[in-house]
Design a protein around this ligand. Structure first.
Ligand SMILES: *[C@@H]1O[C@H](CO)[C@@H](O)[C@H](O)[C@H]1NC(C)=O
Ligand SMILES: *[C@@H]1O[C@H](CO)[C@@H](O)[C@H](O)[C@H]1NC(C)=O
Length: 392
């Protein structure tokens, strides 16, 4: 059965150049007209995987050696350089996103970033000092966006404050809305030692709350959503360092924590189903589900083939036996020696920057994999992700 092309006709005629594409979605052939979406802005929601400086602005600045590879100074990211969201912005021809909370140097003409390291989808009563849990959970990020948008609209009538750093009201509807969140909800469940049965119900609640965030933005006029699933949390390098002589059932084919990865996959299955449901429920939406898990797992599983050292290597941080000195910190290890956890000589060879976060080189590799659409449902390049694809 052939699908029907549906898209914003105004854009269709404005661009004047397009190609007809054929896709196979769930065994059905569908067509869409590719004309490039020309997103004027990106609004991002998430955790440390895409925090470009929220926590640095709100709490304490990210310290050296973070940022050394690309920015040559700490740049608010838990990374030696850029994050996946930075490479996405670059790919779309847009500047790197300013964090909403940053009071200096910000430029919101092309969007804003609400992501905060440690943020979960759900509100948590765990503390930031103990478990790194951000108070800016997803609902707060959506509230920040709502305030950002309504203040933009009310201020935009005052001509004198208009600057080229100020958002354009019409761009909110045309922007790309990106999500990368959920990892910290899973991590909280691991700390609470949830069983897989408990996780099942908790994950349903996480996904429902994430769906509510999408609905909320949609009701405010957002149309295009690009939603990353959650990565293989059981393969984080610090986790690998804590696995010693595991019994066979506890690790997966890559030697990663099997239970943790199974819960991540469960989260992803429910998220993918929810996206399919949301597409039906929100008729003017274009929602892409992106299998970041698969790209990260491929990178981790075939590190050497892709030009990286083995997945367990951490560029910045000292993690041996029970000693953990985190990137950029000093600490006394169990034999009484003081250790400074500085960075490795060549971060581009490492997948893991600090044991939890990926390096710029890994983020670039992952972004290169996903922007073309081959890890997406539906498999459309990010540049075309505004087109609603309906198989009928
Ligand atoms: C790694 O590469 C091999 C050979 O190309 C492939 O079969 C496998 O699925 C890849 N991924 C992982 C995680 O091993
Ligand atoms: C303690 O451990 C570190 C790291 O393995 C090592 O470099 C150092 O020589 C050790 N110091 C002593 C006193 O054993």
């Amino acid at each position: 059965m052939f699908g029907v092309v549906k898209m914003q006709m105004a854009r269709f005629f404005a661009v004047g150049f397009f190609a007809l594409c054929l896709l196979s979605v769930g065994g059905e052939r569908v067509t869409y007209t590719s004309s490039g979406c020309d997103f004027p802005a990106i609004y991002n929601f998430g955790d440390s995987n895409s925090d470009t400086g929220a926590n640095s602005a709100a709490f304490y600045p990210m310290a050296s050696p973070c940022g050394e590879t690309f920015f040559h100074r700490p740049a608010g990211r838990g990374c030696d350089g850029r994050l996946i969201i930075d490479f996405i912005a670059k790919h779309l021809g847009l500047p790197y996103l300013s964090p909403y909370l940053d009071s200096l140097e910000s430029n919101f003409r092309h969007g804003a970033n609400f992501a905060s390291g440690g943020a979960a989808i759900r509100r948590s009563n765990e503390s930031m000092s103990e478990n790194g849990v951000s108070p800016f959970y997803l609902d707060i990020q959506i509230a920040q966006y709502t305030q950002f948008k309504s203040r933009t609209i009310s201020l935009s009538s005052q001509a004198e404050i208009q600057s080229d750093r100020f958002p354009i009201v019409d761009d909110f509807a045309k922007a790309l809305y990106t999500f990368d969140i959920g990892q910290n909800d899973l991590a909280a469940g691991f700390r609470k030692k949830f069983s897989s049965e408990q996780f099942e119900a908790q994950i349903t609640d996480m996904i429902n709350q994430q769906a509510n965030a999408v609905r909320n933005l949609y009701e405010q006029g957002a149309r295009t959503f690009w939603i990353h699933n959650t990565g293989p949390i059981g393969c984080l390098a610090v986790t690998l360092h804590n696995i010693h002589n595991p019994s066979p059932g506890l690790v997966d084919g890559q030697g990663c924590d099997k239970f943790q990865n199974d819960m991540a996959k469960q989260f992803n299955r429910q998220l993918e189903q929810k996206v399919i449901q949301l597409r039906k429920e929100l008729p003017l939406s274009a929602i892409t589900y992106v299998d970041v898990f698969a790209t990260k797992y491929e990178l981790i599983g075939n590190a050497t083939k892709h030009g990286f050292l083995d997945k367990a290597n951490i560029c910045c941080g000292y993690h041996e036996h029970d000693d953990h000195v985190w990137c950029g910190n000093k600490g006394i290890i169990s034999n009484g020696t003081q250790v400074y956890a500085g960075s490795c000589e060549d971060p581009s060879l490492y997948i893991s920057w600090d044991g939890v976060h990926y390096t710029e080189a890994a983020n670039r590799w992952i972004a290169d994999q996903i922007v073309g659409g081959s890890f997406s449902d539906v498999p459309v390049p990010i540049t075309d992700s505004c087109h609603r694809i309906r198989s009928e």
